[in-house]
Design a protein around this ligand. Structure first.
Ligand SMILES: *[C@@H]1O[C@H](CO)[C@@H](O)[C@H](O)[C@H]1NC(C)=O
Ligand SMILES: *[C@@H]1O[C@H](CO)[C@@H](O)[C@H](O)[C@H]1NC(C)=O
Length: 554
């Protein structure tokens, strides 16, 4: 009986996969980083020119009341990709830098959009900034993506991969899959190239694709190409505006490629920002405040959805929407049957709320959401947040009195009317408190917890110089103060230098051994040069490594 139902299940799954492969649209989610609400032509900017992003917006639906799930990067992306409020899954902070811990990042027990898309027969690619955890289990290739080109941490210097520096952790590099690359020219353009490369690959494979293009611009530091800088823009905005120009060029090139490849009408493109504009020169007007805030400037983001030929162009959508709607929207686009949908999702499919070509009205009427809420407890259990219901917005602080704003007449949240409307205030507060009662304390903190691993690496005989063809031996003594066994993993590679055009990839086959006490390795180098020898020790949750640099002479 059991066997029959397994076979039946498999058969249903195969039929489902085989049946509707062709008519599944491709999906590109372009998420830019810390973009100001005002900082695009179509958003009303005075100094940003973004004709191609503007066109993308006007070719589809402009969402005016779209909210990011969190007011800064890491948790916002955790929400988008799990489809759940970030505070409900304990992902309230950015993953701390220099940190390897498999509990830090988008918690591993939650399913992600690309995992769902893979099950639905899609090829899935992630290009750009990750910021959802640094441990091997969190790597994009282990979280549902067939391909990855980008970096794992939260920001980048735009110009090149890091010089090898034993003080820096591994994630300070650009990766293609699990491998480092070092020939970055300007990272926004390199990301566009990689995105187009993946689209071409999916086309060759004749598979629908899901591409997450996570541009790092215009996040700080404000590093732009001189050729993108416009001398008529004021000097304090010039580099920032130039960074948006590189994004606009990316959108132009990607849409140009789709058109050439005949994919325009079968590709849904979403464009948004992970949270409000930053303090380094972004403009969020008319919204109040910036990235990190509970006021609109931290959370309300530009957002466009374009599906030429299917969605009527030129639509402006004023109902509430959240990036948590992206997951259920994509489930339906990918044709995921009801019984295979992710039961944890809190958003709604937005497509029925938009007017299709040839229709006079959308299929769905009424509100998308009863309210949009944000916030939750800090590590001490004290909560703050906001709730938006129709025109009303309440801001709930941890100690001060809550505030109430009427966004219809006061989009800039300038006048707190809590005292004039005590009943409304109380109702929103009750609604938010009820919603917040299901949120949990963060499962990881803003700062790193102490690593319990200890490690010593030494060169046998203390010789740091050897000759080609002569073995050189290393010894490592590792332990965990919690007493678990540690796994050893050895590798050797050439240090990366800034002026080196290409990172020469000479990773050895790793030698692995499990032991409570020590491990050693003997390496023979065939050619002269400087080499790094690295030993890693690892337990289920922790990783630590030590390096030594040696010289090999003829
Ligand atoms: C980045 O772009 C430059 C310029 O097109 C190119 O030479 C380089 O190979 C690219 N890097 C990677 C890793 O693709
Ligand atoms: C986070 O830090 C707080 C102290 O501020 C501590 O009580 C809590 O246990 C920490 N949480 C985690 C998951 O490490």
């Amino acid at each position: 009986m059991r066997l029959i139902s397994i076979w039946l299940g498999l058969w249903v799954a195969l039929v489902w996969l085989g049946e509707c492969q062709q008519d599944k649209p491709n999906v590109i989610v372009i998420l830019v980083d810390d973009l100001g609400y005002n900082d695009l032509g179509v958003q009303g900017s005075d100094d940003v020119k973004s004709p191609h992003i503007d066109k993308l917006a006007r070719d589809g639906v402009i969402l005016t009341d779209g909210y990011a799930p969190h007011s800064f990067c890491g948790p916002s992306r955790s929400g988008l990709f799990s489809g759940i409020w970030p505070f409900r899954i304990g992902a309230a902070f950015n993953a701390p830098k220099d940190y390897w811990d498999n509990r830090v990042g988008l918690p591993l027990e939650y399913k992600t959009i690309p995992e769902t898309m893979q099950e639905a027969g899609y090829k899935t690619y992630c290009v750009g900034k990750w910021h959802l955890g640094h441990s091997p289990g969190h790597h994009p290739k282990n979280r549902g993506y067939n391909g990855f080109f980008g970096f794992l941490k939260g920001s980048w210097n735009y110009l090149r991969s890091q010089e090898y520096d034993p003080e820096l952790d591994d994630y300070d590099y650009i990766y293609r899959g699990f491998d480092r690359v070092n020939d970055i020219e300007y990272i926004t353009d390199n990301f566009t190239d990689a995105a187009i490369g993946y689209i071409a690959k999916a086309k060759r494979l004749e598979k629908p694709f899901f591409l997450y293009l996570s541009y790092n611009a215009p996040h700080a530091p404000l590093i732009s190409l001189p050729s993108d800088r416009d001398p008529t823009v004021s000097p304090d905005r010039r580099s920032y505006v130039a960074m948006i120009k590189s994004l606009d060029r990316g959108v132009e090139r990607i849409r140009g490629y789709l058109e050439k490849a005949g994919l325009t009408e079968n590709t849904v493109i979403m464009f948004s920002s992970d949270n409000g504009g930053h303090k380094h020169g972004a403009i969020n007007e008319p919204l109040r405040d910036i990235k990190g805030s509970y006021y609109e400037g931290g959370l309300r983001v530009p957002w466009y959805i374009t599906w030429p030929g299917t969605l009527q162009s030129g639509q402006t959508f004023k109902k509430l929407a959240t990036h948590l709607d992206i997951y259920p929207t994509l489930e339906n686009l990918a044709g995921v049957p009801e019984n295979r949908k992710n039961p944890d999702l809190v958003g709604v499919d937005l497509i029925p709320f938009f007017r299709k070509v040839g229709q006079s009205a959308p299929e769905a009427s009424g509100p998308t959401h009863p309210f949009i809420a944000f916030g939750g407890p800090n590590p001490e259990g004290i909560s703050r947040g906001m709730i938006r219901q129709g025109r009303w917005k309440a801001v709930i602080h941890s100690t001060e009195e809550p505030e109430l704003y009427d966004l219809r007449s006061d989009i800039g949240e300038t006048t707190n009317i809590a005292d004039n409307r005590p009943v409304k205030m109380q109702r929103l507060l009750n609604e938010w408190t009820e919603w917040n009662s299901k949120n949990i304390r963060p499962v990881y903190n803003r700062t790193r917890a102490p690593n319990p691993l200890r490690l010593q690496l030494s060169v046998v005989g203390d010789q740091l110089v050897t000759m080609t063809g002569m073995p050189i031996s290393f010894e490592a003594i590792g332990s965990s103060i919690q007493g678990e066994a540690v796994t050893y993993f050895w590798e050797t590679f050439i240090p990366v230098r800034v002026d080196e055009a290409i990172f020469r990839d000479v990773w050895t086959d790793g030698v692995t051994s499990t032991s409570r006490t020590a491990s050693s390795i003997s390496i023979t180098y065939p050619s002269p040069g400087d080499y790094i020898v690295r030993v890693n020790i690892q337990t289920e949750r922790w990783l630590l490594w030590e390096d030594v640099q040696i010289q090999v002479v003829l």
